[in-house]
Ligand binder design. Sequence first.
Ligand code: PGA
Length: 248
Amino acid sequence: MRKFIIGNWKMNGLSCDLDEIVTISAVAQLHTSVDSALCVPATLIERAVKAVGAFPIGGQDCHMHKSGAHTGCVSGDMLSDAGAVLTIIGHSERRAAQQEQDSDIRAKAEAAQAAGLKAILCVGETLEEREAGKALEIVLGQVAHSLPDAAAGGWLSVAYEPVWAIGTGRVAEPADVAEMHAAIRASLVARFGAEGEKIRILYGGSMNGDNAAILLAVPNVDGGLIGGASLTAAKFQPILAAAQAKGE
Ligand code: PGA
């Protein structure tokens, strides 16, 4: 399976950062054995799309309804209309701060698919849940309840992001990543049959140029969702290079 490396700019990026987006897209496209994309703030999507040509630009959330009285929200049709081709769904920062539930995330994923978008659906346990020995139970519960029944077919990827590893510089141990990704794979195959083998499972949480080669070598790690290390081409490039090396 080709590795999928996605940058998540979160709430970072102004007009003055468009040049960096162009540089990132140019560098990413040199890594021809890797699928890559950049998820930017909604305010930058249209300008980023115009600036980068064929490189995939995404959003970071998608409302479950097509339109209506939802002040401040962005629908799948709006993302698509702005030129986005993918969106992150159910990031733990939104699960925590916006109290998004698995049922919301499932509806959002269905809305993204209806709008013709690829979806990166995030799951992951908190530190308390891991320390209580509940990481597998929590994450497999999220996978079971937030993935739509139509998740197979290539439009959806799962991103396993342990909450305690996001933005902390603390990376999950490869053995723990291997255990979790194998468990997610088994649950995908149990639910979707052979198609479940083809759903990409990404790792996210403090992935950077120093640890990407190790993480991307773990069985069932089909790519990465990258926050801080996607903000500059200089930091993002070594991750793309590590993915490229696995794809050759
Ligand atoms: P990080 O963020 O790489 O900065 O830890 C990853 C994410 O939240 O998607």
